[in-house]
Write a protein that binds this ligand. Sequence first.
Ligand code: NAD
Length: 260
Amino acid sequence: MTVRRTAIVTGSTSGIGLAIAHALAAEGCNVVVNSFSDTPQDHAIAEAIAKEHPGEAVYIKADMSNAFECRALVERAAEKFGSVDILVNNAGIQHVAPVEEFPVEKWDAIIAINLTSAFHTIAAAVPLMKKAGGGRIVNIASAHGLIASPFKSAYVSAKHGIMGLTKTVALELARDKITCNAICPGYVLTPLVEAQIPDQMKAHGMDRETVIREVMLDRQPTKEFVTVEEIAAAVSFLCSPAAAQINGTHISVDGGWTAE
Ligand code: NAD
């Protein structure tokens, strides 16, 4: 009988998370697809993944801005599949504004979804991973976990925070065969990036093409967007046996942006 690992990917109905869910399902994992919306389309995404790949896939609704729901997501995944072997903290939102005008509710939501949710899911998953004798935790950080850009105070703060969480968790669990690492993508053309183009146009006083060329890809030396599949492949690698000694660090997938 094939023993399938169970993977939870938070925020996986779109963009990078969706590609990660597909990649881990292709590796033979049972996959938990998550978002906060609980629509028929969300469930259809999980059904499509299950149809295409060897393992099972289910959709579980959980709002990553809510501590209880973050922890319940992990518990429900374990109830469904019997274990949680891989946890990918991917859910994230963005808002672009000068710091003195940054809406407080946007700050709170970004810190909750992009940082605090990972604390809750990790706290809930670690006892299960310890019991199972190991596990993999991958946090989708950002190039903005390493360096800053103007007008992104909350996002840059949350992403720097998750880098600290990644290292701390790695040290705490190193003897438990549980690794914790981060991926730091550069610009990937997903709905999250599409949505910030109008704000960037406003903040910089530029048209769409100029924002893409001079604000986004200006700092990405390849002058190309990273693809969601390239991020997913890095996650698959961190979850493979070959990555057992990679712990408490990050893989930049940013076309060389943070090499400067
Ligand atoms: P996206 O907007 O395409 O997808 C975000 C996902 O998160 C969606 O499935 C959405 O439903 C989910 N989500 C949002 N709020 C949620 C909540 N409260 N509870 C549960 N789920 C929620 O975004 P993306 O570009 O794929 O980003 C995914 C991750 O990658 C984020 O953490 C983002 O910061 C990071 N990232 C993206 C880029 C990029 O250029 N796109 C670059 C660096 C890092």
